[in-house]
Design a protein. Structure first.
Ligand SMILES: NC(=O)C1=CN([C@@H]2O[C@H](COP(=O)(O)OP(=O)(O)OC[C@H]3O[C@@H](n4cnc5c(N)ncnc54)[C@H](O)[C@@H]3O)[C@@H](O)[C@H]2O)C=CC1
Ligand SMILES: O=C(O)C(=O)[C@H](O)COP(=O)(O)O
Length: 384
């Protein structure tokens, strides 16, 4: 079996080495010539998988180690008899932790002593949005969900959904839809001039979905107006050639790494390994957990003198602080225009190891039940 794979897929050899001969190539520049003699193609989000790439090749199985599938022409794969598998939910928790860290910074910056007083509107309540809602709910936030496709499908009233207008009236509006270009609920440029005009300076807009869900020119114009919202962007139109002027105008800018916890990336590889093993009728015995190294930070300790929100902020930011990614990105984007695209990709390729909250044990001595509940809700392991 010949496997052509994006060189940025973690643990390629560990997961796929005994299934076939692996040829790692650059995902961004992968060409039809690269894949012509492959039986299996493994990608991440930066490779366009379509007729132009695969027609005439031997590829029979395509796996993407990502949640998003907008880079894959699934209709064409199906019509060509090529099996396709993605990794739904693999890095959902990583994105949730990114958003929680951003909200904690926003609350502090705005002088909001109790972050759970912020109302959060989640647009797109699937694996990421659903998990975020669950955590925020446990933390005591008032959360509303906007998900018209789910609202249409689920008519049992067990989950309440609100209109986009209501979600956009919240203190924090966070986007978790896929990028879709067709259909009644297409998300391409869903946030254009009119919708962005409803946001005000007291609000925070976070986009970790896909850059194309927001119309760049409309956001640029909105950010030049008075009363503009704070904006955090992890995803950009036309990655890796992002709009540098937009980056300068947003509060936090990161290079599409919200899902880049080590756990999230390794789970993406594991899910595709499992799908490929099923496709080939092979046993799938390897698990992501067996490949995760000991975390650099594995314990934090708080005493009865610790204040709840301060302690939560310390723990959250010890694991993940988006301001570090923001600083690295602004430095890289200060390069001459022609060097910025490769620099954006380098930030992603050489991303430092980031571990999820669950990798840290929190020792709490003599602290309140409420503080213990907060740490549990965030996903930390407790040692009482
Ligand atoms: N920045 C990053 O590193 C990452 C970004 N992502 C992006 O996040 C997206 C969402 O991920 P998941 O939650 O796992 O996907 P999912 O497929 O589980 O959920 C997406 C939800 O959005 C809803 N939706 C679709 N169209 C909508 C619309 N017009 N308005 C409101 N809701 C709509 C769907 O009904 C679904 O419930 C992915 O498609 C991917 O593009 C995912 C992982 C990492
Ligand atoms: O899973 C997704 O969907 C994502 O957006 C990925 O985290 C993006 O990572 P790459 O596939 O571009 O490395």
């Amino acid at each position: 079996m010949r496997i052509v794979a994006d060189e940025n897929i973690p643990l390629l050899d560990s997961f796929f080495g005994d299934i076939g001969d692996i040829r790692p190539v650059s995902g961004r520049t992968m060409s039809a010539a690269d894949v012509q003699n492959a039986d299996i193609l493994l990608v991440r989000s930066v490779t366009r998988v379509n007729r132009a790439l695969l027609e005439g090749s031997r590829v029979r199985f395509v796996g993407t180690c990502t949640i998003g599938t907008d880079h894959v022409d699934q209709k064409w794969l199906e019509s060509s008899g090529i099996t396709f598998s993605a990794a739904p939910g693999c890095n959902a928790n990583s994105v949730v932790e990114y958003v929680l860290s951003v909200i904690s910074l926003h609350a502090e910056r705005r002088g909001v002593a109790d972050w759970s007083k912020l109302r959060v509107g989640i647009v797109g309540a699937g694996n990421v949005g659903g998990e975020l809602a669950h955590k925020l709910d446990r933390l005591g936030f008032d959360v509303v969900l906007c998900d018209p496709p789910r609202a249409e499908r689920e008519d049992d009233d067990s989950q309440e959904f609100v209109s986009l207008e209501e979600a956009m009236a919240c203190d924090v509006v966070t986007l978790h839809t896929p990028l879709t270009r067709e259909g009644d609920h297409a998300t391409l440029h869903m946030f254009g001039r009119e919708r962005l005009s409803s946001l005000t300076e007291n609000q925070l807009l976070i986009n970790t979905s896909r850059g194309e869900v927001i119309e760049t020119s409309a956001l640029l114009a909105r950010l030049d107006e008075p009363n503009a919202p704070s904006v955090v962007l992890d995803v950009w139109e036309n990655e890796p050639r992002i709009h540098a002027e937009l980056m300068e105008k947003v509060w936090l800018a990161t290079p599409h790494i919200a899902g880049y916890s080590l756990e999230g990336k390794v789970q993406g590889s594991e899910m595709v390994y499992q799908a490929l093993s099923r496709y080939m009728g092979l046993p799938a015995r390897k698990k992501a957990g067996q490949f995760l190294p000991e975390p650099a930070l594995n314990k934090l300790s708080f005493t009865s003198a610790a204040e709840e929100m301060d302690s939560a902020n310390i723990a959250i930011r010890s694991c993940y602080d988006p301001r570090r990614d923001d600083a690295r990105m602004r430095l890289a984007m200060a390069l001459p225009a022609e060097e910025r695209g490769p620099a954006f990709d380098r930030l992603r390729r050489d991303y430092p190891v980031r571990r999820e909250f669950s990798s840290v044990k929190i020792q709490l001595k003599g602290t309140s039940k409420s503080m213990q509940d907060t740490f549990r809700a965030l996903g930390f392991k407790l040692k009482l």
